[in-house]
Design a protein around this ligand. Structure first.
Ligand SMILES: Cc1ncc(COP(=O)(O)O)c(C=O)c1O
Length: 447
């Protein structure tokens, strides 16, 4: 690969020190199924679906062929004054898989565009339905909704936010439902799910006449695969209804089968007012995103042109024909191959292997749903005592895994496993063999 080390210096990658990266850059060359191959010919089992993206697996023929065919026909038609057949077909297909009456879509090209669009849609909706003062957004600490300024303001990951403060105003944060380490020091179920009910107090304190929306990830990634108790979203739904606050599910990660249902909304049995989608929508074959919303919201945006009530928002690549062709093929694969059910089955297989590892005495908690699985490491499962920050147990496991040819998401105290939904049982075993080896070796090093 010759000059790659030097060439990499022209790039900035995400949230990464390029000086370190350039010393030993990981450069992928090809991928098939659940396997990547780098430019040196080393293979990696993709235990993270790229980054919660490649739900239908790499090298999917149907998606590739659909995109190639679309390129020959029409590569671009701007959403400013026209649309195209693939965008229309994609919206119709999505309408068959979204919950409730969330059958109107604004097609976009990524997750941050989706969350920004959802929050703007909520503001404009209230403005046009007699509540022009409703502008604030409630969201959660440790949540992540994207890197653009509005999405970042709604996010609650301190280390990603603080560099850019002050962020736009009008964003209020509440503590996440991190049951294993309850921010209120309580225990479920005696807690009465305070993490949900307290949202009502926050809205009241802020003045309900000023609050437009509540945005949450059904299962939060950045806080460590934060998985709330089953009543949590039902309580949030009731609170939002009571105060006319739009409930936005950021399903950029949880959408398209990842949690064992088509959307996280189905996993928790709650229909939000707006769903944000991205990542798994095209399985990464082309950048794509979107928001889905119901009739009542859509209705507020129809009227005479002179009334100016249209959604005053747009992005050049929204509904791009090639991206739409990729998304149609990927969503069709997800539905026809019953990938949500497969995510449940393979997720159970991963969990069984994790239970077998309990004897190691370092797995404190296993969270998530389907093939979105978080593992929190602790020094003592009884007391939940953590390893010292410097030990960076999870990060060490992640680094070892990479050396041994397995890609996972890692943090000092936890890791996430989220392979493509097409993973086979034998591949789950390979993934878990490597993972368990890495945990044992790390344990020897830190104890
Ligand atoms: C839950 C969630 N929302 C939004 C985003 C932002 O998506 P994008 O990086 O495509 O802008 C991400 C990205 O990781 C995400 O995980």
């Amino acid at each position: 690969m010759g000059e790659t080390n030097k060439e990499v210096e022209h790039l900035f990658l995400d949230f990464m020190q390029m000086k370190d990266f350039a010393k030993d850059p990981l450069v992928m060359k090809s991928a098939q199924g659940v396997w990547y191959e780098d430019v040196h010919g080393k293979r990696y089992l993709d235990g993270l679906s790229g980054v919660f993206v490649v739900n239908v697996g790499h090298g999917n023929r149907r998606v590739i062929d659909a995109m190639k065919q679309q390129l020959d026909e029409l590569a671009f038609a701007p959403p400013l004054h026209a649309t195209n057949m693939r965008a229309i077909e994609l919206a119709a297909l999505l309408a068959k898989v979204t919950p409730g009456d969330l059958h109107t879509f604004k097609l976009l090209s990524g997750g941050s565009e989706a969350t920004e669009s959802a929050m703007k849609l909520a503001r404009q909706y209230h403005r046009q339905t007699g509540h022009p003062q409703k502008y604030k957004v409630v969201s959660r600490y440790e949540g992540y909704h994207g890197a653009t300024l509005g999405a970042l303001a709604a996010s609650g990951v301190t280390k990603r936010r603080s560099t850019f403060e002050p962020l736009p105003g009008g964003y209020v944060h509440v503590f996440p439902p991190t049951c294993y380490r309850c921010p209120y020091g309580l225990k479920y179920p005696e807690c009465g799910v305070l993490c949900a009910s307290i949202v009502e107090s926050v809205i009241k304190q802020e003045d309900p006449a000023t609050v437009s929306s509540l945005i949450v990830e059904p299962i939060g990634n950045t806080g460590g695969i934060v998985t709330p108790p089953k009543e949590y979203y039902k309580i949030l739904r009731e609170i939002c209804d009571k105060y006319d606050v739009l409930l936005i599910f950021d399903e950029i990660i949880t959408g398209f089968g990842r949690t064992g249902e088509m959307f996280g909304a189905g996993t928790f049995g709650v229909t939000p007012d707006i769903i944000c989608m991205g990542k798994g929508m095209s399985s990464g074959y082309s950048p794509v995103g979107g928001i889905a919303f119901g009739d009542e919201i859509a209705e507020a945006f129809y009227g005479e042109a002179s009334a100016g009530v249209h959604f005053n928002h747009g992005h050049t690549f929204g509904g791009n024909p090639v991206s739409s062709a990729a998304a149609i093929a990927s969503v069709s694969e997800t539905v026809e191959r019953k990938l949500p059910a497969r995510a449940r089955e393979m997720g159970d297989a991963v969990r069984r292997r994790l239970r077998e590892m309990e004897g190691e005495g370092v797995i404190g908690d296993v969270r998530g749903a389907g093939l979105l699985i978080g593992v929190e490491f602790v020094k003592d499962p009884e007391t939940k005592e953590q390893f010292p920050e410097g030990a960076a147990f999870g990060a060490r496991v992640g680094r070892k895994a990479l050396k041994k040819g397995l890609i996972i998401r890692s943090d000092p105290h936890w890791v996430a496993l989220a392979p493509p939904l097409v993973i086979e049982k034998g591949e789950v075993d390979t993934m878990m063999d490597i993972f368990s080896e890495c945990v044992s070796e790390t344990l020897k090093e830190v104890s």
